[in-house]
Ligand binder design. Structure first.
Ligand SMILES: [Zn+2]
Length: 164
């Protein structure tokens, strides 16, 4: 069965909220997800890490040629692996994922991972707030998101993570 997680990251790759702000945001999340099956959690990285929605992440935009790349339509090699596998592997091996250089599948140009645009369900961040098993819905309303942004002191990206 698929696992669902509500994830929030700052839109600013380098922003880290204060300890007090994180505690206040966790209380809000508990209030917004009364049917949750798990605890609200958070973590902070020294350098921006790649956070994505796994199965829910579909597209990315190439910073070199502007092409929209659909990760589920990438060509597979003989091992059934795509450019996306290679990308994730490179990020995993890097000690500074956001600065990782990668050759794009659309135009064969080398770009820096942090410049790739993810319209939704992914991003690079130093801070992550997440709630596994949020209940009936992974979504936050616009009003809830605005309140969380005000509490954490930054614009947020909501990621509905689906892991199957
Ligand atoms: Zn390209």
């Amino acid at each position: 069965m698929a696992k669902f997680t509500t994830v929030l990251i700052p839109a600013d790759h380098y922003f880290v909220p204060s300890t007090e702000a994180i505690a206040a945001a966790k209380l809000l999340m508990e209030k917004y997800f009364p049917d949750r099956g798990d605890e609200v959690q958070s973590c902070i990285w020294e350098k921006p890490a790649f956070v994505d929605g796994c199965d829910s992440l579909e597209i990315l935009i190439c910073p070199a040629c502007g092409e929209t790349v659909d990760r589920f339509e990438l060509e597979e090699n003989e091992d059934g692996e795509t450019w996306w596998h290679h990308f994730e592997e490179k990020l995993g091996e890097s000690d500074d994922p956001i600065a990782t250089k990668i050759t794009m599948p659309c135009c064969d140009q080398e770009v820096v991972a942090g410049n790739i645009r993810f319209p939704y369900d992914a991003g690079f961040a130093r801070f992550k707030l997440w709630l596994p098993d949020p209940g009936d819905s992974m979504a936050v309303t616009d009003k809830q998101l605005a309140k969380l942004e005000q509490t954490l002191g930054c614009k947020l990206i909501h990621i509905g993570r689906v892991w199957s």
